[in-house]
Design a protein around this ligand. Structure first.
Ligand code: SF4
Length: 399
């Protein structure tokens, strides 16, 4: 289904379609630039299947050509038309005159002592984002960004100190995952059951994904397409700070796993550390979680909870969290706070984190304490930040 197709959504009380329209209109103000290269060639990475077919037909070719190109780009991972051996050479040359198959440029690539790898990617307009690969024993997750900077200013988050510059395009979002696979040589896409090094996507990098919904949805549909990257929706986790109206839409259209950055159990505290709470308070957020379609026992919603010393880590707060989660298939990721230069908080004491976790575990909620990864390269949760800035408006000409 096209991301723009209106669909039936679960009822959301007072949260209306108008609210979604308002969010999407605001998001459009931060739209990425046209996806063309310096020679005016149109970027194919990031076009939906329908858009790719349309581009090929407008170019004067039959629709089946789009299916071939899709296979070469997303299954084989090729980056130029001359590698597309099922397409005749003169056609390859013609395609190369009009189209391009790009990747974000790599500014830096750092690998931590624990194997975590972080890239600073540069887009065509020189804006930069960070992407992190977190390897496990037999699999690994790529944490991708959706915006350059962020509007939300969560107080524990380094990215939140960087103003929103712009949204990433669908191609720039899926391109981060493809570039990460380039880095490990994981092309063509492994057969369905074969182990993959880069087996999961977590949309938890820079930005609030649901404030860039259209581009995110196109990118994730590309990732899930079974004739390309072919990642199951169960291997994709979308993390939000709680943009309630868009959670309904993401649930209906994408159905990927949901993670919610909760971090506090009272509106008073959450208003302060996740300011979006002032717009969508905890009660509305939890109601949206109950409506989320993957909220079944097999697919629990993950609640992210950063452990801030003396701020949100008391046993009373753990008990309140249990009360909030009641009736919801849920797991809680406890994240020891990862300090960054100038951050206003300290990490909770180990013993306190354990007491907190025990209360959740005793109530039947798995609550692993996240092992910080890539600390030595500032790749841990909430530490991502780039130097990209929104271009200042030119001063008005003197009258
Ligand atoms: S936690 Fe996420 S939503 Fe909040 S400021 Fe950081 S990047 Fe933005």
């Amino acid at each position: 289904m096209n991301a723009r197709t209106p669909i039936a959504l679960a009822p959301a009380d007072s949260l209306t379609e108008a609210e979604r329209t308002r969010i999407l209109a605001k998001s459009a103000l931060f739209a990425p630039p046209a996806q063309v290269d310096e020679n005016g060639r149109r970027e194919l990475v990031g076009l939906s299947r329908e858009e790719l077919t349309q581009a090929v037909v407008e170019f004067g070719e039959k629709p089946f050509r789009a299916k071939q190109i899709w296979h070469w780009i997303y299954h084989q991972g090729v980056r130029d038309f001359t590698s597309m051996s099922s397409i005749a050479k003169p056609m390859q040359a013609k395609l190369a005159e009009h189209f391009t198959i790009g990747r974000p440029g790599i500014t830096t690539e750092q690998t931590s002592t624990d194997g975590t790898r972080k890239w600073l990617f540069q887009m065509r307009d020189k804006q930069q984002v960070e992407t992190v690969y977190i390897p496990e024993e037999d699999r690994g997750a790529v944490c991708i960004s959706t915006q350059v900077g962020c509007t939300l200013s969560c107080r524990f988050c380094h990215t939140g100190t960087q103003k929103l510059v712009r949204n990433l395009s669908a191609g720039e979002i899926i391109g981060q995952f493809m570039a990460a696979r380039d880095s490990y040589g994981e092309w063509p896409t492994p057969q369905s059951e074969a182990p993959r090094l880069l087996s999961n996507i977590v949309v938890m990098g820079m930005g609030e994904p649901l404030y860039n919904y259209e581009n995110l949805a196109t990118a994730l549909k590309i990732a899930m397409d079974h004739e390309g990257i072919a990642l199951s929706r169960r291997r994709i986790t979308l993390s939000t700070s709680g943009v309630v109206p868009m959670m309904d839409r993401a649930g209906a259209e994408l159905g990927v796993n949901l993670a919610v950055s909760l971090h506090a159990v009272t509106d008073e505290l959450r208003d302060e550390i996740v300011p979006l709470n002032r717009k969508y308070p905890i009660k509305e957020l939890m109601a949206a979680c109950h409506r989320y379609p993957s909220a079944s026992n097999a697919r629990r919603i993950t609640f992210e909870y950063v452990m801030l010393d003396g701020v949100n880590d008391s046993e009373a707060e753990a008990r309140e969290l249990v009360r909030l989660l009641h009736g919801l298939p849920a797991k809680v990721n406890l994240i020891p706070f990862n300090p960054w230069p100038g951050s206003p908080y300290a990490t909770s004491k180990r013993a306190q984190i354990e007491r907190f976790a025990n209360i959740l575990n005793d109530a039947g909620y798995a609550s692993p304490v996240r092992r910080p990864r890539g600390k030595d390269i500032m790749a841990a949760c909430g530490q991502l930040k780039t130097e990209s800035e929104r271009a200042r408006k030119a001063p008005a000409p003197a009258a």
